[in-house]
Design a protein around this ligand. Structure first.
Ligand code: SF4
Ligand code: SF4
Length: 415
């Protein structure tokens, strides 16, 4: 299929034209807060994409670089009084750059290979795990460092390779788990913990076989077709007519399944798009369902009354899903002392944390300062990506604070 680049650019320009340049989105932008550069704010990026076709034609590489200086946190979209669909405009602009072939062929191929097909994702992760095992120290750390980059330790067996007990006789809601790449391959104990806790709360939980990536790295890279392929691969696994909920232990996956899957349309027919819509309506953050169901069943392993906890809300939970209460409910239920930190981005932002590592670390440093200011023993979050970034930040700074997924409050013994 040939894409009409001019028409695509015009769609982006139309989205950007709604902006009145009021600047109210600046205060929430983690990138602008750190650099103070107008071009890094949503307003600056919208100015850039207001003439996207011209920009792509004259300086494609520069346009891509400027657009990539964004964690896609969604803060600007949530704040904008004009309701400008900033993130949609940025993603569509990235698509135009993808179609124009600005990204190198190797990167494009790697992205597709790694994330569009679940079987390939699993096979690449298995190979990566074997290589990592030879070079990375076996210790308590969950994240290894490759220079300044945090690399979660990929561990086999993956969650999807483990035999999980099913409780088909339970009387509670029927639940499917979408584990997401990081939980499946690196933080399987979080997925296992969530399944166990939901089962204790009476839910019938299943982990459909054949899952892979939710596809968000493809979408962020501008590969809308690859994203649709990833969505399409999952549609037969999550029949919404026979279940009550689809849960994920990852805020980014929850946002992708709930908000972005219904927007996938390349190579999907009408019935597949309707199925993606129906699936999205059943999606819920795993912690939210736990908070809803597990009132009596959940007990932490030990006495946590001496533990002071702060919460890092992932940007997707905060800005898009507007789900920040359930994690607090879980923390309270454990009997921990909760000290709130000033909210904000951890700086990872998916591939942003790799392609713009120095900027990511600067944003991360202010997150670290806000966490440390609480004096907490533990920072709790609901996104494995945030966990990896925060663990790396804590390790580098020599902090004694630890980071855990909310699920682990119930499954780990804290000393
Ligand atoms: S995106 Fe919205 S908040 Fe930001 S400058 Fe434009 S109109 Fe104002
Ligand atoms: S999505 Fe986030 S990082 Fe990107 S421009 Fe908007 S507020 Fe800034």
């Amino acid at each position: 299929m040939t894409i009409d680049l001019k028409a695509l650019s015009e769609s982006v320009e139309n989205l950007a034209d709604v902006c009145t340049r009021c600047g109210m989105c600046q205060a929430i932008c983690p990138v602008y807060k750190n650099t103070g550069m107008e071009s890094d704010s949503a307003r600056g990026k919208l100015t850039l994409v207001s003439a996207l076709h011209e920009e792509i034609t004259h300086s494609p590489r520069k346009t891509l670089n400027r657009l990539e200086r964004c964690t896609l946190c969604g803060g600007c979209m949530a704040t904008c009084p004009r309701g400008v669909s900033t993130v949609d405009a940025f993603l569509l602009a990235r698509k135009a750059l993808w179609e124009a072939g600005v990204l190198s062929g190797t990167k494009r191929e790697l992205l597709r290979k790694a994330f569009a097909d679940p079987a390939q994702t699993a096979s690449l992760a298995a190979r990566f795990a074997a290589v990592q095992k030879r070079f990375v120290k076996e210790d308590k750390a969950r994240v290894a460092s490759m220079g300044k980059y945090p690399v979660p330790k990929v561990r086999r067996p993956f969650l999807s390779e483990r035999a999980m007990e099913e409780n088909a006789s339970a009387k509670g809601p029927r639940v499917l788990l979408f584990s997401g790449c990081l939980v499946d391959k690196a933080y399987s104990f979080v997925g296992e913990g969530l399944v166990g806790l939901l089962q204790e709360a009476g839910a019938q939980v299943e982990i459909p076989e054949g899952q892979g990536c939710c596809g968000v790295p493809l979408l962020s890279g501008g590969d809308f077709e690859g994203f649709s392929q990833a969505v399409k691969a999952h549609l037969p696994l999550f029949d919404p007519s026979s279940i009550d909920y689809i849960v994920t232990p990852c805020a980014t996956c929850t946002h992708t399944l709930k908000v972005l899957w219904p927007k996938a349309d390349e190579g999907l027919d009408e019935s597949e798009m309707a199925l993606a819509q129906a699936i999205s309506k059943k999606v819920m953050d795993g912690g939210e369902l736990l908070a809803m169901l597990g009132r009596e069943a959940q007990e932490p392993v030990g006495d946590l009354s001496e533990l002071t906890v702060t919460i890092h809300d992932p940007c997707h939970s905060r800005h898009s899903l507007k789900n920040t209460e359930s994690v607090r409910e879980l923390v309270r239920r454990c009997g921990c002392r909760l000290v709130e930190m000033e909210p904000g981005c951890c700086g990872l932002g998916g591939s942003f944390g790799i392609s713009h590592r120095d900027l990511s670390l600067e944003i991360g440093q202010s997150c670290l300062d806000r966490m440390e200011a609480t004096g907490a023993d533990l920072v709790v979050t609901t996104c494995p990506g945030c966990m990896a970034q925060i663990e790396s930040l804590l390790k580098t700074s020599g902090s004694s604070m630890r980071v855990r997924h909310a699920v682990e409050l119930f499954t780990e013994e804290f000393s």
